[in-house]
Design a protein around this ligand. Structure first.
Ligand code: ATP
Length: 276
């Protein structure tokens, strides 16, 4: 497993706060994967993301990009932020201009691209993400789900190698959630490593192919979803729920389950029960 980004024993304390937000965090984000980062409120997921783009700097320990320690001079931070894109939990923190198109173009302009390329890249992402009807509207007329899609479009337009999302699916209806996860799958197929912080264990279980569980500023568990969630007692002790599909599967008679790994989608579940 090759890590695109990793942290080594990272400690961080917000100024004026007694408790460490990260208290010896060592974790790896494997390259090319869809990673879910799970953990109770306040376990340090957002703080980890702010370290990943160099907004915060560890009090001790190291953050590494492709095996090399991250540098904190202007040029190194600029290079890091061209490679790592962060979609914030609250799209209001990301969308600052009048319209989605202006916001998407603004990010591209910051990359120093020529106007023609800015227009072309903005058009392409607007069309690809089905935002054409919204692109020219005042951003404050958009729903939360629409704003989340625009925020994602703005970061994807920058073509990051690692895409980080903080609670991307929170407050989305099922259809918007599915559309957003499909977008992330698509990005991953194009070679982008995607890591999403989520409280939704159903999303973590069925969408991700690697799961990191954080607890009190450290990495408590890491592995493929069925492996992590099969450690049921540990998951529950960390205040997390088991995914519904996993629980239903485990509640079924053992002879029906024999020979199958716990299915991670409804389709796989049905197939396991009615093999063709
Ligand atoms: N700007 C800040 N100033 C002071 N303390 C902070 C700040 N941001 C976060 N913290 C503290 O750092 C710890 C980790 O918070 P963080 O937001 O990283 O957790 P999280 O896992 O993302 O939480 P959530 O799931 O609620 O979004 C918490 O104890 C939190 O109170």
């Amino acid at each position: 497993m090759k890590a695109i980004m990793e942290t080594e024993d990272v400690r961080y304390r917000y100024p004026g706060i007694g408790e460490e937000a990260l208290s010896g965090l060592s974790m790896q984000i494997p390259e090319g994967r869809k990673v879910a980062i799970c953990g109770a409120n306040g376990c340090g997921k957002s703080t980890l993301f702010l370290h990943a783009i160099g907004i915060l700097r560890p009090t001790s320990g190291r953050v590494k990009w492709r095996g090399q320690p991250v540098g904190y001079d202007r040029a190194s931070l600029g290079a890091l932020r061209r490679r790592v894109g962060l979609v914030f939990q609250d799209p209001e923190h990301q969308l600052i201009l009048n319209t989605p198109r202006e916001d998407i173009s603004y990010g591209l302009r910051n990359l120093g691209l020529a106007e023609a390329e800015i227009r072309e890249r903005a058009d392409r992402i607007v069309e690809k993400m089905g935002l054409a009807d919204l692109a020219g509207l005042p951003t404050h007329h958009l729903s939360l789900g629409q704003k989340k899609r625009v925020a994602l479009a703005g970061v994807l337009a920058l073509k990051p190698e690692l895409l980080l999302l903080d609670e991307a699916t929170a407050y989305l209806d099922r259809r918007s959630e599915r559309a957003l996860l499909a977008e992330l799958d698509d990005a991953c197929r194009r070679g982008v490593t995607v890591a999403m912080a989520t409280h939704d264990m159903n999303v973590a279980y069925s969408w991700a192919d690697w799961v990191l569980v954080m607890d009190k500023g450290r990495c408590a568990m890491a592995g493929p979803p069925h492996e992590v969630f099969s450690r049921e007692e540990e998951i529950q002790a960390l205040g997390l729920e088991l995914p519904l599909l996993y629980e239903v599967w485990k509640a079924m008679p053992e002879e029906l389950r024999a020979g199958f790994e716990s299915p991670r989608s409804l389709e796989a579940f049905k197939e396991a029960l009615n093999p063709v």
